[in-house]
Each structure stands twice: as C-alpha cells, then as structure tokens.
Design a protein around this ligand. Sequence first.
Ligand code: UDX
Length: 447
Amino acid sequence: MGMNISVVGTGYLGVTHAACMAELGFNVIGVDIDPTKIKELSHGNLPFHEPGLPELLRKHVASGRLRFTTDYEEISSWADVHFIGVGTPQRADGHGADMRYVDAAVIELATRIRGKALIVGKSTVPVGAARRLRTLIEEHAHPDAEITLAWNPEFLREGFGVKDTMTPDRLVFGCEEPGSEALLRVIYSRALEAGTPVIITDFETAELVKIAANAFLATKISFINSFAEITETIGGDITVLADALGHDARIGRKFLNAGVGFGGGCLPKDIRALQARTSELGLTHTMGFLAEVDEINLRRRERVVRLAHVLLNEQLVGARVAVLGVSFKPDSDDVRDSPALDIAVRLFNAGADVLVYDPKGNQNAAERFPRLHYANDLAEAVAQADLVLLLTEWDEFKALVPADLEGLVAARRIIDGRNVLSRSQWKDAGWEIVGMGQHHPPLDGEL
Ligand code: UDX
C-alpha cells in the first residue's frame, strides 16, 4: 500500500486512530507536543485505559509500522495524509470550543509541507472551522506545497475505540477539494468494502454531523432523566417507562438509561460549544433547549447528594460514604466531567468521610482531587460504610448482591445511581435502597 500517515494529537482519538491505521497496513507516525506521552507511547505504553488498544499499540510499535515523535519536521514532508486529532476543550473564558490546538497543528504542518499532502480534520469543531482553516493554510503554506483539506469526523466511543474505528457504523467525508475523496476511499477501503455507509458532503455538513449526533445523544439522556424527575415526584418506574418507549423503533431503547447523567470529554462540552457557536451566528434561540439539557443533567447530581443527606438523616458530617465508580462511564479511566466524581467531591465538601473505588479511574481522580480517599478494592471501600453509592456501572458493581457487602458495611443503605441493581433483592436482604427516578417520600417536592 505504501501510504504514509501522520496523526497529530495522541489523546484517546489520536492514539486509537494511529494504531488502527497501522493495523490496516499503513506506515504511521503519531505527533504530540507532550514529550512524556511520546516517550511512553514509543515504548508501547498506553497512558490511559482503552480495551484492546494496548495490544494493537505494542504490536505495531514492535513491527515498526507505528512510531511517535514530537518533531513536526519528521512528518511534514514524510506523510501523504495528516490526520488532525487534537483536543477542542471548552474555553476557559466561556462555553465555546478552544480551537488553539487545532489551529496550531494546522499552521505547524502548513508551514513545513513541501509537495502534495492532504490534511484531514477529525477533531470536533465549531461549524465553519474547516473553511477558516482553509484560509489559514493558504496564508501559511510554502509556495512549493500543494495542500488539500478534508473533514472526516470521528464517532468513536471510549471503551469501544478500536471496534468503532475498525468497523465504524458510518463514514462521513467532508470533501470539497480534488483528490481528497479518492485518498480517503483508499484509507478506509476495508470498511467501505465491508459495506459501511459513506456520506460525501461539504465541510459544514461534515462538521455538523458530529456535533448534532452528540447533541442528540445528550438530549436523549436528559429527556429520560427529566421523566425521572416526574416519577421521583409522583411515582412510576423509569426503567419500565424506558423499556416501553424503546419498543417504538422510531425512538429506540439506547441512551434512555436514567441515572446520574452524562459526562466525559465530549457530550458536555459539545452541547455548550454548539450553543456558543449558534449564538455567534446570531441564532440566539436555536439551541436554547440544550441549556435545559445541560441543567437537567446537572440536577441529577444534586438529586443524589440530597438523597445521601436524607438517607443519613442530615448527618453527613463524619459519615462514612463509599463511592463505587468515579469514571464517567464503565470501561474507561476518564474522569473528565464525571458525574460520579462530582458527587463524591460534593459529599466530601459537605463533611462526609468519602472513600472512592473505581476499577480504573482512581489514579486520574486522585490527580484532580487528592483530598478524597481512594480504596484499592471494593471491600476496602465499603468497610464500615454508613452509605454506599453506586455511580458508574462497571460489571463488577452490576454483579453485586447483598451478600457481597454483608458484614462489611456499618449500615445497609445504598443509592443505585445507575439503576442496575435489583431493588427487591436488596430490600429483601434488609437494605434501604433508592434508585434514580424512584419516588422517595421524604424528598417530595424537591427535585
Ligand atoms: C460520545 C459519543 O457516543 C461518541 O460517538 C463521540 O465520538 C464521543 O462522545 P463517549 O463520551 O465515549 O462517546 O461516551 P458515551 O458512551 O456516549 O456516554 C456518554 C455519557 O452518557 C456517559 O457518562 C454515560 O454514562 C451516559 N449515558 C449514556 C447515560 O447516562 N445514559 C445512557 O442511557 C447512555
């Protein structure tokens, strides 16, 4: 095949993409400005948890097909195609996306490239970014360079990154410039031959597909969580409601799990960035509903904290609270905007003695909140607990039965923040158990 590919940015997206491109047979170099990360990756060490990725990384570092560098010089004229997978976090001064890393990567490349090259944007960006980057490239490109730009949004989920990259459910190519579609078709030939739908479109649509998908998913979660507020007030079973809704093929059951809400590095910042962008475009009301989506999501955390107060008879100070799960979702060590970690911190700030256990997320959480206590395993976390909170649905926690905690806790009280435990089973074993969306009379009239 012989194509050389660079991937700029070695976070979740970049490393997964780079390793999968190597698996597909291309020569790949991953680039990042962080020398520590590059050193680790060059030794085949993955600095975060992602199932299946360590194996792929080691395999292709060993085969020589996958390398890492901090040096743009090394890749600029070596690669035929440069994927941009750097972060677009929320800006410190507002809700918009911070584009400085994308802009810097594009300028670094544009000033160095000689001859022909294709730059492919993968980062989630505000609509209009690609067209602006096109101008930026023209301003910075060397006269001997012939640079084309394409936008190819990435839909991978953490925890399923390798699978989602190798067998995506759709491919979106924002291709307006000659030759770019043909090159992307070569790169993704395996998925295309397997029948993966491909959408060829303009820059704006390609950018919007990604942000619209995330806004829709966030809305779906907050939609069911808003009904959880109703069942919490008047009664009803939120899980049965979701199941019944899910049978309608137009609605579908996925992303209708009521719980502590969404978090992570994408959904929260993407819905904020979309509102900021539409306001910039003069459409002040268009995405107004996303402010509600955000608020419903954040109210879930308050509900759990209020439940904890009520279950502990308002005696939170000095109470031992076990928090099971701090990552924003299972099979991930990512604690960015994690509802579970936020709840743990709020309980700590309210005076509780909080002991946290997550199968993979402890270290990242401890870096952000060193003052919380972290347990090495579940038994240590729940020892002498006055209250247990299940906040991330790891398999290990989903499989819990009352007998597992018997003799360890000080009091049989549990909040099931993800509605994954059998309430009747826990009640029968003498536990006070409260789930999300569950009517709990002492909290009547409160959200
Ligand atoms: C998301 C998108 O799914 C992915 O396509 C995009 O590329 C990046 O953003 P990710 O952040 O990995 O992926 O997580 P996802 O699996 O979408 O879950 C997001 C959050 O929603 C998690 O905190 C999860 O716990 C929560 N969630 C999900 C619910 O609360 N209820 C649900 O029913 C589903």
